[in-house]
Every structure is written in C-alpha cells, then in structure tokens.
Design a protein around this ligand. Structure first.
Ligand code: BTN
Length: 324
C-alpha cells in the first residue's frame, strides 16, 4: 500500500493532491491513508499536508526500500520479490533460509546494514549504512561444477553497471573483486546448495561500497578499499544503482541460461585487471604462487605463467597484483 501511495505522490511530485482522491484511487479510508503516511514518515519521507490542499511529497530518504527499488525496476523476475531489512546479520544467511523454504528464483534480500556480513575465505565483510548489501536467489539448471561461472557472471554484471552508470575506471580482479583504479569497491560471495548431482539453489551475495565512508574502515582495509561516494565526491542514489544492477544482472543471467557463458567470459577477460598483470596468489596453508596471469579457464581458474615459463592453473586463493 505504501508503494501505491508513493506512486501517486511521485506522479504529482511537488503538487498537492486531495486525500479523498488518493483514498478513492486506492480504495482505502482516510484512517488507513494516515497510518501508511505515518509509517513512511518513520522511514524518513517528508510530506506537507493541508486540510484545503491535501498531501504532497517533499523529500524521500536515500534508503533501499522495496517501494523505491520497484519504482522504475525494468526486470521481469530478478528483484520483483524483495525482502528488506534495516539491519540483519547477513543477507546471504536470510537468502539461504528463504531458498530452503522454496523462495522463487530472482527473490532478493537487501539490507541497510549487516552485523555479521561475510566475505570470501571466511573473512568478515564490514557492512555499515550507505552500502548495498544484497543477495539474489537463483535456481539454475546446471551441474554443481558450473556454479563458479555464476560468480564470474555476477562480476561482469556489477562491473558493467558501475562503469556504465558512473564512467569510472572499473575493472575486475580475479576471481571476483570489482576495482576502481586499484581499490576494491564491490565483492561477491556465491554460495551453492546441491542435492545429489544437481544444484538446488545458488545464493549470490553482492556488497557494493556505495555511500560508505571508508575513513571508518580499519586502516588495513582503508588502504585497499574505496567507495562510489569517495570516487565521485558525492552521494549516489542507492535505489537507482540497485535497479540498474538488477537489470544488467537479469540480462546477463538470461544470456548465461541460453548457453552464452563463453561470451560472458570474454567480457570478463576484457574487464579484467588481472590478466596481463604479475600476481601473487596466496593459497591455503600459507602456499604462495607467483607469475604473470595469462588467462582464465571456463571453470574460472586463473592460468599463471611462472618465472620458469611453466603454466600453472590456480583454482582459488587471494590474488594480489604486484610488481615483478
Ligand atoms: C568478498 O569480496 O569477500 C565477498 C563479499 C560479499 C559481501 C556480500 S554483502 C551481501 C552478502 N551478505 C554477506 O554476508 N556477504 C555478501
């Protein structure tokens, strides 16, 4: 209902509209309208109301509320069902629970802050307000071994969104960090659940440091991280970023489902800042491999040319771009 009230007021932005016009359009009574307006005010919406003129919307909060995301969302199924939290432990945790309960493909979970945001390799993901912390539930009909392709696909969609929208120097660091220059602005954590030899669901978690003040990050993270706000010197509109990302994500995912992964991987290569760089990959148990990154396999493994000229495939690890 709040969505519908906002829709009417947005159409008349700046102008008053009689409350009896709103109530009759929505088939509700004055009391219901008042209650819904009060809830919206709690979120930070500002209205002017006058007994003679009616109601008008004067200010909207920069929050990731479902009604703001749905307005102008051009997707068919990704993000059409939104679970919103002002604070949650981790959107990936909620997504996994909802997926277990049968949530449909394309359902998204989005939060203003996470108290236990999770990064790759068991790391903590700092998730203050201002960021986009979101998980998408997918149910692709692919073997579990192909699930890592979805991470690469998401990286391409995220990098394209930020590049198209803001024209920044965006690139991808293997396997799935989105960089602006050499600093990370977005990370992706994909978690798959398989039953027997087929995938039951995949949760794709995306964290974008949109309007985040990176000065509040611990000093080691500050050195390697950035935010869109920092790069652009202004706040960006969170819901618009989410809408554009979801549209590009849906288009890319549709292409993926139609067998277009080779093209998507081609795009990954073009956007990659890792291919052509000399890198150090830190693997488990303190093992380190160094070499020039020369390619990526269909499974998402990085191909390194070692100093002795041999080629080596690296499946996972933390990748650092270093000088030889
Ligand atoms: C990484 O680069 O280490 C991956 C970071 C992924 C963070 C996102 S934020 C939304 C979702 N919920 C989580 O707990 N993690 C992912």
């Amino acid at each position: 209902m709040q969505e519908k009230i906002l829709e009417i007021l947005y159409e008349n932005k700046g102008k008053y509209i009689f409350t009896n016009e709103i109530t009759s359009l929505l088939n509700i009574n004055e009391e219901e309208l008042k209650e819904n307006v009060a809830t919206l005010e709690e979120y930070g919406y500002v209205f002017n109301s006058s007994p003679d003129l009616g109601l008008r919307l004067v200010e909207s909060p920069n929050l990731l509320l479902p009604c703001e995301i749905k307005r102008g969302l051009k997707t068919d199924y990704i993000g059409q069902n939104i679970h919103y939290f002002s604070e949650i432990d981790s959107t990936n945790n909620v997504a996994k629970k909802l997926a277990e309960e049968g949530a449909e493909e394309g359902t998204i979970i989005i939060a203003e802050t996470q108290t236990r945001g999770r990064g790759r390799r068991g790391k903590q993901w700092i998730s203050p307000s201002g960021g986009v912390w979101m998980s998408i539930i997918l149910r692709p009909q692919i073997p579990p071994s192909e699930a890592p392709q979805l991470t690469l696909m998401t990286g391409v969609a995220a990098a394209e969104t930020i590049k198209n929208k803001f024209g920044l120097d965006v690139g991808i660091k293997w396997p799935n960090d989105i960089l602006i220059g050499s600093r990370k602005v977005c990370g992706i954590l994909t978690e798959a659940n398989a039953k027997f030899s087929t995938l039951d669901y995949v949760v794709v978690g995306i964290g974008i440091d949109a309007n985040v003040n990176t000065e509040n990050f611990p000093s080691d993270v500050q050195k390697s991280a950035t935010s869109l706000k920092k790069e652009l010197n202004k706040d960006i509109k969170g819901p618009e970023l989410v809408q554009e990302f979801l549209k590009i994500f849906e288009d890319t995912y549709n292409e993926f489902k139609e067998g277009g992964f080779p093209e998507i991987l081609g795009e990954w290569r073009r956007m990659s800042k890792t291919i052509g760089s000399y890198v150090e990959v830190r693997k488990q148990l303190g093992k380190i491999v160094r070499g020039e990154a020369v390619g990526i396999t269909n499974e998402g493994a990085l191909i390194l040319e070692l100093d002795n000229g041999n080629l080596r495939k690296v499946i996972s690890g933390e990748c650092l771009h270093i000088k030889k």
